[in-house]
Design a protein around this ligand. Structure first.
Ligand code: HEM
Length: 413
């Protein structure tokens, strides 16, 4: 799979059968303003075939998921897959042989996995969990709403019928990753990633049949969730989070930094990203992010609606808390900047705008020293409560099950 070229990618996959009539000439013009130039020498694989990831999807998953969707077996398969939740569980019996074969292959950890780096990631998460969690919620969760391909895919797919938890689920994978030893036998992340890979393949099969999505989609051809799209979202997660943690001056050792990157490299691999596209270092991640994430950020009506829902769940879930929608908007503005706040039409709270701008930095430092004394310093106490509630709101796994059923329809509304 790692050496797929563009022609292979186009040939493969039942999903792509739907565009069988599509001429390869559609690809004669590069699909991005500037030709793909990120060097594969900076990837985990160390080399690559130079193919633009905008023209590569996930043929192995797309083929098998298209087949089971077309055969009408998915509801029965979802029931069986619901029993598969823990990394060391065998692949459940009773699945179609082609799906079993896919899962058996997809659940394999990469040969390059480094346990010592994963242990460092565990240590980082346990030491800086509240700040990492807050960065997942606001750095990644809200940033996703200004990634047009993702916002539209989410809005018009089945999950778009319930916006309140949709994007939070993407960030939730980040939260699962913060659990101790997520790839170990008793962890859940291998299963979550493989299921997500199958959900994404289903979305590739289903969304091109959605009239509303086809009207607004800018992908060329109109197939969602290319390898490039996954990289974009990936950078909205670890790359952005690391940038935020550094900006907030959260203490980060070299081992912690390498650990966070590595846990996301393994996650990308399990999500079906080819090793030739997975950045090997933070420098190469930042360079790739500049090419794939920065230029695509912008507002869409769909993303703005999703952001509005994300910021509305605060007061609902924390009815007794001091947290308000304008406060969450202020924090979003603080984390993602005035431009993003403007795109999302955020109505911020002037007082909290000032508090975050001036006191967040000192708060991060005081928090490290354990000098937050409830009742003594009201603002710092509120900020402490704030990061706890944010983690609860956006990232708590309590309400989110690991079932991740394969969808069979688009957004019905
Ligand atoms: C589903 C995570 C990239 C669009 C999911 C789910 C997870 C997830 C955990 C399963 C949630 C559920 O169905 O309950 C991620 C991660 C990504 C990523 C970690 C990258 C690192 C993308 C991209 C797009 C996308 C790039 C679109 C351009 C969707 C859609 C669904 C989905 C439409 C299914 C929604 C539904 O109908 O239920 N993703 N995703 N994802 N993802 Fe992603």
């Amino acid at each position: 799979m790692d050496n797929l070229n563009r022609r292979d990618a186009l040939k493969a996959g039942g999903m792509l059968a739907g565009i069988g009539a599509l001429s390869l000439s559609l690809f004669t013009a590069p699909p991005r303003a500037q030709a793909w130039s990120w060097p594969a020498s900076g990837s985990i694989a160390g080399s690559g075939d130079g193919v633009d990831p905008m023209t590569v999807w996930d043929p192995a998953a797309d083929q098998v998921i298209a087949e089971i969707l077309e055969s009408g077996q998915v509801p029965a398969i979802n029931k069986i897959l619901a029993t598969w939740t823990t990394n060391n569980q065998p692949t459940p019996s009773g699945l179609p042989p082609n799906l079993t074969a896919f899962i058996e292959q997809a659940r394999q950890l990469p040969a390059w996995i480094d346990q010592s780096k994963l242990t460092a990631a565990d240590d980082f998460n346990s030491k800086q969990g509240p700040f990492i969690g807050t960065a997942y919620g606001f750095g990644a969760g809200l940033l996703a709403t200004v990634i047009p391909h993702e916002s539209r895919a989410v809005y018009y797919s089945n999950g778009g019928g319930d916006l309140q938890d949709r994007i939070a689920k993407t960030a939730k994978l980040g939260y699962d990753l913060m659990a101790q030893q997520p790839f170990a036998p008793n962890g859940h992340l291998i299963v979550t990633c493989v299921k997500t890979r199958m959900v994404h393949a289903a979305v590739r099969h289903l969304l091109p049949k959605s009239g509303p999505w086809l009207q607004v989609a800018t992908e060329s051809p109109k197939i969602p969730i290319s390898q490039n799209d996954i990289l974009v979202t990936w950078h909205s997660l670890p790359t952005t989070i690391m940038q935020k943690l550094k900006a907030w001056k959260v203490p980060i050792t070299d081992a912690h930094s390498a650990g966070l990157l590595h846990s996301w490299q393994v996650t990308a691999h399990l999500l079906g990203v080819q090793d030739q596209y997975i950045p090997a270092t933070w420098d190469s991640a930042n360079a790739q992010s500049k090419q794939v994430l920065d230029p695509v950020l912008g507002p869409t009506p769909e993303g703005t609606k999703i952001a509005d829902h994300l910021l509305t769940i605060g007061p609902v879930l924390a009815a007794t808390s001091f947290i308000t929608k304008p406060m969450l908007a202020s924090f979003t503005k603080f984390v993602l900047g005035a431009q993003v706040a403007k795109w999302l039409n955020l109505k911020t709270d002037g007082i909290w705008d000032g508090i975050f701008a001036t006191l967040w930095g000192p708060f991060v430092q005081l928090y490290q020293l354990g000098r937050i004394v409830p009742g003594v310093d009201a603002i710092y106490f509120q900020l402490t409560e704030f990061i706890k509630v944010v983690a609860l709101l956006y990232l708590n796994s309590g309400g989110l099950k690991l079932e991740l059923p394969i969808p069979t329809t688009n957004n019905p509304s």
